[in-house]
Design a protein around this ligand. Sequence first.
Ligand SMILES: [Zn+2]
Length: 155
Amino acid sequence: MALEIGAAIATLRGLAAVVKEAGKIDLYQKVLDLQQVLLEAINENTRLAADNNRLAEEKRSLERAIASHGADQAFEFDGQVYWLGTPGEPANGPYCPRCKDKDNRRARMTDMGNGFTCCPTCQHCVTNGMLNYPKLRLSVLHRQQPPSHGDDDVW
Ligand SMILES: [Zn+2]
């Protein structure tokens, strides 16, 4: 394409020179107009190529977002909290619905030993009665230790 455009410009310049020498002013003006049209088409082509590159990058970015959104759908909401896999397994959650829905953040909720399972990030709590999963309950040994508020629990 670039070569064809270069050849077309060269042809037009040659034509303009011939017409000018022949004293055909009207025709000369038309050749100059044609040259201008061609230059504008080249500029437009350059702009469109840049747009095309930008759109291709946006497309790749959106495809990445869609792929990660697909990963998000592995989250299951049980009506109270999110699980990453089978609900009720301590390895799979629970994850805070407020943090997940607001910031798309994975904040693991912990049993506070006081009847509530809470998010250490935003302090959103669910009564343990609403989380009917026996494996989540703290053992007696765990109950003797104060609940952790460290950032280690966020992820
Ligand atoms: Zn939270």
